[in-house]
Design a protein around this ligand. Structure first.
Ligand SMILES: [Ca+2]
Length: 314
């Protein structure tokens, strides 16, 4: 437990940040949807503690909340996170994750798999939420939303904790590459629930929220049945070891997804056969290929799509 204690570096905000940066007065842009929504949140909008890694290592850190899906909110369209003002100091942005966790235990280490992710660079800090629009994504009875980033140990403290709020549904992880363990968070080298008295000096809820709406209310512009097959990145990029690709098919049919190296040689075949209509996240384990540029090629519905992928050194 002494080791685990050393892995956590938590500071009262007042002590860590004697001078807070000014918060911008302008509201961040709102997400492009209208209609009734469900707001998932545990915090009350004011954090008293910020969390980051200790100076002994520079990890990927993931922090977020587990929620039970509410009626009328089973299609997640937005994730919102409030950041500590000591962030960011490493280029690469923040990855915002949505995981489905149907086993109902509010524990993302068991049974949770990533549905989608969006990478962006926050431009607001403090108790102002940075909002990220998600492709409308259906969740089951329970889900987990979080943010991950590559952090400088001892310097970055991006995760804001509301110590007035319940702590038993907030989770905190370190890993060398979060994307590589996102579908099996139980294997992350370090993970804790935020009410664990042994390792969490300041229990509370992370300021990580989600917005849901009734499933099936997608506008025609978002309807995957319109248009041609598409291929897009669905995870952090450049990738280090795990690459997530989002394939969207307007109609069910045969689809083939290959990865080619810079010389056009096939290095992986990720799909070859029947695939249903709609969006699918397909993962490529790039841990055994050399760093460099690759091309993902999707062939479906009589058309071909290519997407450039950069695999970074681990
Ligand atoms: Ca679970």
């Amino acid at each position: 437990m002494r080791l685990l204690l050393a892995l956590l570096l938590l500071s009262p905000l007042a002590a860590a940040q004697p001078v807070l940066v000014a918060e911008p007065a302008a509201e961040p842009p709102s997400a492009p949807f209208v209609g009734p929504t469900v707001e998932y949140a545990y915090d009350d909008g004011a954090a008293s503690v910020i969390i980051g890694p200790p100076s002994s290592f520079d990890p990927d850190m993931l922090w977020g909340n587990a929620f039970a899906t509410e009626s009328g909110g089973d299609e997640v369209v937005e994730v919102a996170v409030a950041f500590g003002s000591t962030f960011p100091s490493v280029a690469g942005g923040v990855t915002f994750w949505l995981l489905d966790d149907p086993d109902g235990d509010f524990d993302p280490r068991t049974g949770a798999t990533a549905l989608d992710s969006v990478t962006a660079t926050p431009d607001v800090f403090g108790n102002t939420f940075y909002r990220v629009a998600f492709p409308p994504t259906r969740v089951s009875s329970h889900f987990f939303v979080g943010a991950s980033a590559r952090l400088l140990g001892g310097q970055d403290r991006p995760a804001r904790v509301d110590t007035d709020a319940r702590a038993d549904r907030s989770w905190f992880f370190y890993a060398p590459d979060i994307a590589a363990v996102i579908d099996s968070l139980g294997t992350a080298p370090f993970g804790t629930r935020m009410d664990s008295a042994a390792v969490v000096p300041f229990p509370g809820a992370f300021m990580v929220r989600a917005t849901g709406r009734p499933a099936g209310t997608s506008s025609s512009a978002e309807d995957p049945s319109r248009g041609a097959p598409t291929l897009a990145l669905a995870g952090p990029h450049p990738a280090r070891s795990a690459v997530a690709l989002r394939v969207t098919l307007p109609a069910a049919g045969d689809a083939r997804l290959d990865v080619l190296d810079a010389l056009g040689r096939r290095v992986a075949r990720l799909a070859d056969g029947a695939m249903g209509a709609g969006a699918h996240v397909v993962r490529w384990d790039a841990s055994r290929v050399a760093a460099g540029v690759y091309v993902a090629r999707l062939t479906a519905g009589g058309v071909s799509r290519a997407l450039r992928i950069i695999v970074a050194s681990p």
